[in-house]
Write a protein that binds this ligand. Structure first.
Ligand code: 13P
Ligand code: SF4
Length: 315
């Protein structure tokens, strides 16, 4: 669908995409978008990536005056923490990751009291005030490397229980999940049976899934990785057919980068409603009115930055 609207000042009709590009130039803004964003939002972004790539990109951004971060709350918060003083905007104020709401700062403090000698490793899918309580952060791309780099046989890890089990399997460490049952409501929708059915129908297809999927889904996968690692794997492997176990938005990027390959989402309903709140219209209005600015109190940002920077020393 082509969106056309009237430019109030000059009375000209303009395409919404053109208007966003014009605003970007005028306001010296850069648009960073997560791999789960709507196709039309990915297509107008300056950079599309997974959570670690976006954090690195936001941290290194020097020239732009505004970073429009098309993703969910915790990712935009990380950009504020890593690039203090930069104006970071979210297209939709309500774009929150439900998993990140599953672990509170006071809960982390309680676990630390219970295990005073055990380091706390937190998934970046946590709010800034929660990150401020941990020793180091990780993403799905570097969780194993970060856990292995910690000088301890036992690690407190949260909030994703499935990623905790994945870490338990891939490292020789004892992983204590905090809370006991944190999960991503989108990734737990994938079922082992759906993947096996698709594998039966397409014996030449390769199944690639995200570590937020349940252990039985992970068990039948040929590859497990972060969203961008899945893209790299699909590009480099000569296989022509892939079964995808992550949020639907990744399929757009996979198809765009590999036009001759086929990608089948293992469950059509695997949609993160929060990621999808960021429409092109909302990107436009957030940029135009410079609204939904993300702020992190300095005291919290300073502590959370230490945990994020500690992660960057590993990968
Ligand atoms: P990635 O870091 O793999 O992009 O994952 C972020 C996320 O929210 C997965 O649900
Ligand atoms: Fe959070 Fe899951 Fe959405 Fe990722 S897909 S942002 S973990 S709810």
């Amino acid at each position: 669908m082509v969106r056309v609207f009237l430019n109030e000042t000059r009375g000209e009709s303009m395409n919404l995409t053109d208007e966003i590009m014009k605003l970007k130039r005028e306001k010296k803004a850069v648009i960073l978008a997560h791999n789960y964003q709507r196709p039309e939002v990915q297509d107008i972004a300056d950079y599309v990536g997974d959570s670690i790539e976006l954090s690195k990109r936001a941290r290194e951004e020097r020239d732009a005056e505004i970073i429009l971060f098309s993703a969910v709350d915790f990712m935009a918060e990380s950009a504020v923490i890593l690039n203090p003083g930069k104006k970071v905007l979210l297209p939709s104020q309500g774009a929150r990751c439900p998993m990140a709401q599953m672990l509170r700062a006071d809960e982390v403090r309680r676990w630390k009291k219970k295990y005073p000698k055990v380091p706390v490793l937190l998934y970046v899918n946590t709010l800034a005030e929660v990150k401020a309580e941990c020793d180091i952060c990780c993403t799905s791309a570097n969780a194993v490397a970060v856990a292995n780099a910690l000088d301890s046989d036992t690690i407190l890890f949260g909030p994703d229980h499935n990623l905790a089990l994945y870490l338990q399997k891939k490292t020789n460490k004892k992983i204590i999940p905090i809370p006991e049952n944190g999960f991503c409501p989108t990734h737990v929708l994938f079922q082992k049976g759906d993947i096996l059915l698709l594998k039966d129908e397409h014996p030449d297809a390769v199944a690639i899934v995200h570590p937020e999927c349940t252990p039985d889904v992970q068990e039948v996968a040929d590859y497990i990785g972060s969203t961008s690692q899945m893209c790299t794997y699909a590009k480099e492997l000569p296989a022509k057919k892939f079964i995808i176990g992550t949020e639907s938005g990744l399929v757009h990027r996979l198809k765009k980068e590999n036009p001759s390959k086929e990608f089948m989402l293992a469950y059509d309903g695997a949609v993160c409603p929060n990621m999808k709140l960021n429409t092109l219209e909302r990107v436009h209005s957030a940029l135009k009115e410079e609204r939904h600015q993300v702020n992190v109190p300095e005291r919290i940002a300073d502590k959370a930055r230490k945990a994020l920077e500690a992660m960057f020393t590993v990968t």
